[in-house]
Design a protein around this ligand. Structure first.
Ligand code: ZN
Length: 476
């Protein structure tokens, strides 16, 4: 299992495009004892000035997975789980098959599947991620151990935050207490950055609230982030637990001053909120100075989240099958909430479709959220890049917050999108803007990915440099 190969640190990049500018630019990166990972020290007009800027690659900030299950990735591609491919495709079957698969999880296979996910993610442009690893009676701490190994091994290419995650009940059911005991142990390991739980799997509302209290208490005590899979239903009759989470944060005094964040994932029940409820939600978060972010997980929500089927005369016809997923751009713009997008699952019974590429998720967002302007596309890119990084509580690497134009003083974590001809027809369509990148994400091969100033070496990069004129990279 070789780690990703990285080049020497980049010193200069000659000839790149940046968003919303027709000019081309040269970039220098400086390294020092204070900043061994590098800082962009200058961005100056490209010399000599170019008549045709379209031949140069587009420079954008790197991508982030704010929510991804690294231990359950690609179960469908693993021979040992070949008997667990979906038969009905139902949520119940997904739960049952995944539980069976978890019974077979072993460290070598976990790290192998995790590396498939890491390799494809990093090659897509991901340099930071929040990775969930489950801890419970079935897997004990094997997934957490695998997460720790991968975090260490891939640290030069990708900053991995580990979520010690209770997918199963910890306050109800036959194994609640045992699961909680294992979580108590798991959250103390040195690799754990985040405590994650799933209040909705508890058998009753009282246990769900105890689950929330436990996670908030422990996270505050240990100085960790907390991340809930919350309100994953489209049922008007179910109490949304988001109110309880906010209430407990206020009572405990968890404000943004603490420096640790709270993430709420799925939350499809919130799509049934009235605008009065949305306004209340935004107000409670704002007035309480609560460091709460939301992560929409549309590939899973579209596949799995559906309203209760109903019976008899209340049964729904297939064409009435509703879907619900957080309306991320609207939450940001209309309610000033902090919201981002995550891939969640790939290659398993919960989400058999989709890839680990965050740009394919941003692309899906154009349709799901019905957001077709250039400004919309830029916002969607931010939701899988700069905003996602901030939402998981990692230090921002750009001087201007979520903005997509890298500037002097920023960390050299970026993507270069080349106009690669992958058709063999000696034609390459220029993607001149962020919008064109989001609307039709370019192939992985046409992306060069830098983490801390070092490029990930790709096998066919040679082909790219031959077929893409323009930018010239200089190394230390
Ligand atoms: Zn999840």
């Amino acid at each position: 299992m070789p780690p990703p190969q990285l080049t020497n640190p980049i010193k200069t990049i000659q000839g790149v495009r940046v968003p919303n500018s027709k000019s081309t630019w040269d970039i220098t990166v400086a390294y020092s004892a204070d900043s061994p990972q590098g800082t962009i020290s200058s961005i100056t007009p490209h010399q000599p000035p170019s008549q045709d800027s379209t031949q140069f690659p587009l420079l954008l900030p790197s991508l982030t997975h704010p929510h991804i299950h690294i231990d359950k990735a690609f179960i469908h591609g693993a021979p040992e789980h070949a008997h667990l491919l979906p038969v009905t495709g139902s949520f119940q079957e997904a739960l049952s098959f995944t539980t069976q698969a978890k019974g077979q999880f072993a460290l070598p296979a976990l790290t192998k599947r995790g590396e498939w996910l890491l390799a494809e993610s990093v090659a897509s442009g991901v340099t930071a991620m929040r990775a969930f690893v489950e801890v419970d009676r079935a897997v004990q701490t094997t997934c957490l151990d695998a997460g720790g190994i991968l975090k260490e091994k891939w640290k030069d290419a990708c900053e991995i935050q580990i979520v010690c995650f209770a997918q199963d009940p910890i306050f109800s059911g036959m194994h609640g207490e045992e699961n909680r005991g294992l979580m108590e142990k798991g959250i103390l390991t040195r690799h754990t950055d985040v405590i994650g739980t799933t209040p909705y799997v508890e058998s009753d509302i009282h246990s769900a609230k105890m689950n929330i209290d436990w996670a908030i208490d422990r996270a505050m005590h240990l100085g960790l982030h907390v991340d809930f899979h919350l309100d994953y239903n489209l049922d008007h009759n179910k109490e949304p637990l988001v109110w309880y989470v906010l209430k407990r944060l206020r009572e405990k005094g968890w404000t943004s001053q603490l420096g640790k964040r709270v993430m709420l994932g799925h939350c499809s029940r919130l799509t049934l909120f009235s605008s009065v409820e949305w306004e209340r939600l935004a107000r409670e978060i704002r007035e309480g100075d609560l460091p709460v972010s939301f992560v929409g997980l549309p590939t899973s929500d579209l596949y799995m989240a559906s309203p209760p089927p109903g019976e008899g005369a209340g049964a729904r016809a297939p064409h009435e099958k509703q879907r619900g997923t957080l309306q991320v751009p609207e939450m940001i713009r209309k309610y000033a909430l902090d919201a981002v997008m995550g891939v969640n699952n790939v290659g398993n019974a919960f989400t058999p479709w989709g890839s680990p590429d965050p740009l394919s998720l941003a692309c899906l967002g154009v349709g799901v959220y019905q957001t077709g302007t250039q400004a919309d596309a830029e916002l969607l890119y931010e939701c899988v890049s700069t905003r996602a990084r901030a939402a998981i509580g990692l230090p921002i690497r750009t001087s201007s917050g979520s903005d997509l134009t890298l500037k002097q003083g920023d960390r050299p974590d970026f993507l270069l999108f080349y106009n690669l001809d992958d058709t063999g027809c000696e034609l390459s369509r220029v993607r001149g803007s962020v919008a064109e990148v989001v609307w039709d994400p370019p192939a992985r091969l046409s992306r060069a990915v830098a983490c801390n100033g070092r490029l990930m070496v790709k096998p066919m990069a040679e082909m790219r440099s031959q077929s893409c004129p323009g930018s010239n990279l200089g190394y230390i």
